[in-house]
Design a protein around this ligand. Sequence first.
Ligand SMILES: CCCCCCCCCC(=O)SCCNC(=O)CCNC(=O)[C@H](O)C(C)(C)COP(=O)(O)OP(=O)(O)OC[C@H]1O[C@@H](n2cnc3c(N)ncnc32)[C@H](O)[C@@H]1OP(=O)(O)O
Length: 218
Amino acid sequence: MSEIENGQGLQARRAAITDLGDALRLLIEQATATEAPTADLLRAAALIRQAGAPLGERARGRFETASADDLLGGVRLYNPVTGGGSAFAPPLEIHRDGDVAVGSCTLGRAFEGPPSFAHGGVSAMLLDQMLGYACGMSGHPGMTVQLDTAYRQPVPLYTPLRLTARVAAVDRRVITATGTIATAEDPASILVRATGTFVALLPEQAQRLFGPVMGRGR
Ligand SMILES: CCCCCCCCCC(=O)SCCNC(=O)CCNC(=O)[C@H](O)C(C)(C)COP(=O)(O)OP(=O)(O)OC[C@H]1O[C@@H](n2cnc3c(N)ncnc32)[C@H](O)[C@@H]1OP(=O)(O)O
């Protein structure tokens, strides 16, 4: 019997994945902000390679989903924006408030573009996720075909952020969604705005793109 065939095992694995994610995010912050002596950098690199070795002993292939994920239930622990297990994710937390998706996160040094501010690509990544979530939440899931971002003011690092997204229009397969980034302290001052166009997949497109992952088209 696999380690997670009962619900308790699954919860324990998800908690462990998030714990590992927290440790990795701390490591990335420390490694990005460090001014430690060069010898300490080399020592840390050797220790980190050693620590990571057991993780590589059993690894998924490209079309294998994580055993702790639930794709249809929307659990994606390694999503690079929201996943608690992703070293790369801030992670962004999103919840529903009526017909608006509301997100929160704080960006550390690893997301820096202009000194002390977030990289523009990171803002676009956060907004793509927010808009995609709003589409799914409204019952119109789709893939991004266009994302337009307007950078009005730089997004500060180490500052709690508030993001919003909502669906503005649905025209057959084409969904338009809009979103914003502001600081939590001053949510009325919009730093970045985005408009995204999403397209609902036709069944044959879903099969072509995701059949191998869903185990129906290898
Ligand atoms: C709760 C879950 C939260 C999940 C959040 C996830 C957020 C992240 C989302 C992503 O990042 S998705 C990854 C990035 N996106 C992609 O990789 C998509 C790549 N694009 C494709 O694979 C194809 O474009 C796609 C399969 C989606 C659609 O192919 P089609 O050949 O069906 O598109 P087509 O060009 O025929 O356009 C279909 C409709 O969209 C319209 N369209 C396409 N591009 C457009 C555009 N740029 N602006 C406006 N409309 C557009 C097009 O006019 C047409 O409208 P009509 O049906 O009314 O005729």
